[in-house]
Design a protein around this ligand. Structure first.
Ligand code: CLF
Ligand code: SF4
Length: 496
């Protein structure tokens, strides 16, 4: 254990620079010269520990659910079509069923009784929660009263944020996300055609200026009240991609805990301004490069890399979508008794398991990406159902977790979904099979690690120069071993 009372593995998970001795300026890609160890405040550590969005490790064990109670919005984003959920937190093209606050509270109880991994309830749409403040706060009040052990989370575009700080605090919300796509109105006027403020529709630079000022004012107030804040940004190549490094620096300096840089998902079928006018989303490689730049600048911002851009009625672990399973009327109508015991017992079991895995990782001295990067690394893809293990068959994996791998080194880079996203012309082919899509998505990886793989996909991967490796073990341990073996024979093949 370190002097701060948390062990090295926990510090790494929480994004705290490691304090390894040695190494000089420029050696470390993630930790700046002269950086100091900043132990997390215990209250922050407690808030992060079981929140699946604020902790990459926690998202392997804990689930979230959203309740879609907020239909209206007070701004227009060029990547949004109002027929669908808010794109600031959700994947474009997805429509959620609107609930009343009472239905939402019933649904939370219903889901909580059936998904014991549940730790957080969020309101993230389908419009902006604070543009529907009465519905949002009534919902939060009911949930806090009826299911008091669940964390409350809120996501907003920030325009109305300064008007609601006290109500947010009083509601017991302890995590707030503000979507900030710019801090410069010249960039902003290309993203927001208008905002509705003080009874008037404002457009152009004035609209962006108002929005930006309100977002930053609201953020500062939240931070001063001890609310843990995350900023979401949509990366729009050619519009704000370069600028997001500055956004990251600014919000870091204000005390924001986490920056989630998400890809623009753009296609003409979504009917958005960007989709209809040929604006493309970034490739996974472009996204990872920008995330690295945000996390390696002066501010050393902690960057979220495991966001799944989920729906306004999402239910389950981040990597799975169980919203359909809970979309029926029975979830809304049943005023059933609430039983938190099963969840409490499971959460205790999860924490014991996590502690054991941390101890193993620590004994193996595997660096999760905060120390000194080895000279030779490769990218590898992992098939996992969570719980910290390589435990998924290649053919059943709908997403892969990409790691930078090398000697005692396993740095999580991003997730890539086989059938959810189009990442651009190279991977966009409606006729392609899931196997073709997987290979295309993993083309910059040296290996894929999974619990089982058939001969046909193994051959197809080999033809693409990707080695298939079967394992059932700790993810980071396997990644580091595979990375070391491949990097030492093939040299550096890390593309990001
Ligand atoms: Fe929901 Fe958002 Fe809270 Fe998480 S989601 S309101 S912070 S509980 Fe998470 Fe989903 Fe990404 Fe949002 S993966 S879209 S970051
Ligand atoms: Fe759409 Fe969300 Fe933007 Fe409102 S804030 S316009 S709902 S993407």
């Amino acid at each position: 254990m370190s002097s701060s009372g948390i062990n090295v593995a926990q510090e790494v998970e929480l994004g705290i620079p490691s304090r390894k001795a040695g190494g000089g300026c420029g050696v470390n890609t993630n930790v700046g010269c002269g950086s100091k160890v900043m132990p997390l405040d215990p209250s922050v550590r407690e808030k992060v520990a079981n929140h699946p969005c604020y902790s990459q490790e926690a998202h392997q064990y804990y689930a979230r659910m959203h309740v879609a109670v907020a239909p209206g919005c007070n701004i227009q984003c060029n990547f949004c079509n109002r027929k669908f959920d808010c794109s600031n937190e959700s994947r474009p093209g997805v429509t959620s069923r609107l609930l009343s606050p009472e239905e939402a509270a019933n649904k939370v109880r219903y889901v909580a009784n059936r998904v014991p991994q549940l730790s957080v309830v969020g309101i993230a749409g389908p419009g902006d929660p604070l543009a529907n403040s009465d519905r949002t706060f009534r919902t939060l009040g009911l949930i806090a009263e009826q299911t008091p052990d669940l964390r409350l989370c809120l996501s907003t575009n920030g325009l109305a944020l300064p008007d609601h700080i006290d109500r947010i605090v009083d509601s017991g919300v302890d995590h707030v996300t503000v979507t900030i796509n710019m801090v410069d109105p010249e960039v902003g006027e290309r993203i927001y055609p208008w905002v509705y403020f003080e009874g008037k529709r404002r457009s152009g630079k004035e609209a962006a200026q108002i929005l930006s000022e309100r977002q930053l004012e609201g953020l500062a107030s939240l931070v001063s009240k001890g609310i843990l804040c995350k900023v979401n940004s949509v990366m729009i190549p050619g519009v704000n991609d370069e600028h997001l490094v500055e956004v990251s620096r600014v919000v870091r300096s204000m005390g924001v805990f986490l920056h989630n840089v998400m890809p623009l998902v753009s296609s003409p079928e979504h009917g958005t301004y960007f989709g209809l006018n040929g604006y493309r989303g970034p490739s996974p490689q472009e996204l990872a490069i920008l995330q690295d730049r945000c996390s390696s600048g002066d501010g050393q911002m902690k960057v979220m890399r495991h966001c799944r851009q989920c729906r306004a009625d999402a239910v389950g672990m981040l990597g799975e979508d169980r919203s359909e399973e809970f979309s029926g009327d029975e979830a809304l109508l049943a005023p059933e008794a609430y039983d938190a015991d099963e969840r409490r017992a499971l959460h205790q079991e999860i924490e014991r398991g996590r502690e054991e895995l941390r101890a193993q990782r620590e004994s193996l001295r595997i660096d999760l990406g905060t120390g000194y990067r080895p000279n030779s690394t490769v990218l590898v893809a992992v098939a996992t159902k969570g719980s910290g293990l390589v435990n998924q068959h290649f053919g059943q994996a709908r997403e892969f977790w990409i790691y930078e791998a090398g000697e005692r080194w396993a740095r999580f880079i991003q997730t890539r979904s086989v059938d959810r996203y189009c990442f651009g012309p190279e991977t966009c082919n409606d006729d392609s099979s899931p196997l073709d899509r997987s290979i295309s998505l993993l083309r910059d990886c040296a290996a894929v690690i999974c619990s089982k793989i058939g001969e046909e996909p193994r051959r197809a991967l080999a033809l693409a120069g990707i080695e298939a490796i079967e394992a059932y073990d700790l993810i980071e341990k396997t990644v580091a071993e595979v990375g070391e073996a491949i990097a030492s024979t093939n040299g550096d093949r890390a593309a990001v």
